[in-house]
Design a protein around this ligand. Structure first.
Ligand code: CDP
Ligand code: CDP
Length: 226
């Protein structure tokens, strides 16, 4: 069976959504769309324009001029704002600290969801984020809620930034992960939820390769049932 399905992956920060999705998409020959990178791209543009992140109206007024695009490649999703490649800039600490505020604005979400749905229309896609199963792809053939304990997630993020300019203590990282989760779950506009028809995958005690293998198995089962 070679039917190409749509796969929605949601869950809290650091659960492994983007790294796992990338590998799984490559394995399947699917398109991987990192929606978090798009929220990060808008956040970068807001900070770059010196707009107050708390000024929803000013943030939303900026959107029409952004021309935010996502260019999926085999190794990463490149993000462009007004033609500028901001792919590495959007991983800075300052973005981590402001992105959940920006992502709480209705106008920002509408702007990005529209783009995400247009990109996903080709079929054979994996999208990861917070509202994929609930809002972006409510008809996805497979929805996965990927999670792990907050300590496991903070530790993974901490390991990633060792020896990079974004180095922080484990405690600082844990605090950021917790505060983003809190905002993402409690906002009014499409909060992070585990939808009823999602399969919950808790990767606290699974390593990277085990998680990939488990997700591929879930996907294959879904494709076989189509
Ligand atoms: O990779 P990490 O989990 O740290 O974050 P991300 O997936 O890059 O997403 C960054 C932030 O964007 C999240 O904390 C959410 O506030 C927001 N986001 C969202 O609201 N909806 C999505 N579909 C994706 C991300
Ligand atoms: O996208 P999300 O924020 O959910 O997480 P990520 O950026 O894909 O993953 C955070 C880190 O956890 C990455 O360095 C992964 O390699 C690692 N990871 C892991 O060590 N074990 C897993 N079972 C899943 C992810």
């Amino acid at each position: 069976n070679t039917k190409k399905i749509a796969i929605a992956i949601d869950g809290p920060a650091g659960a492994g959504k983007s790294s796992i999705s990338k590998v799984v998409a490559n394995e399947l020959g699917y398109l991987y769309i990192d929606t978090g990178a798009m929220y990060r791209g808008v956040t970068w543009a807001v900070l770059d324009s010196k707009i107050d992140v708390n000024d929803q109206e000013a943030v939303e007024a900026l959107l029409p001029s952004l021309n935010l695009t996502l260019e999926p490649t085999a190794t990463a999703c490149k993000v462009f704002v007004k033609g500028k490649d901001v792919t590495s800039l959007i991983r800075q600490q300052q973005i981590n600290e402001n992105v959940s505020k920006i992502a709480s604005y209705k106008g920002v979400r509408q702007y990005l969801v529209e783009r995400q749905q247009a990109m996903a229309a080709v079929g054979g896609v994996i999208l990861d984020g917070r509202d994929i199963g609930s809002v972006v792809l409510p008809d996805a053939e497979l929805k996965i809620y990927l999670t792990a304990s907050v300590d496991a997630r903070a530790k993974r993020r901490w390991l990633e930034v060792q020896g990079t300019p974004n180095e922080q203590t484990l405690d600082e990282i844990k605090k950021n992960v917790e505060s983003r989760d809190e905002m993402d779950k409690n906002r009014e506009e499409s909060p992070l939820v585990c939808v009823d028809d999602a399969v919950v995958v808790d990767s606290s005690d699974m390593d990277f390769d085990e998680t990939v293998a488990y997700m591929l198995k879930l996907i294959q089962e879904t494709i076989n049932h189509e």
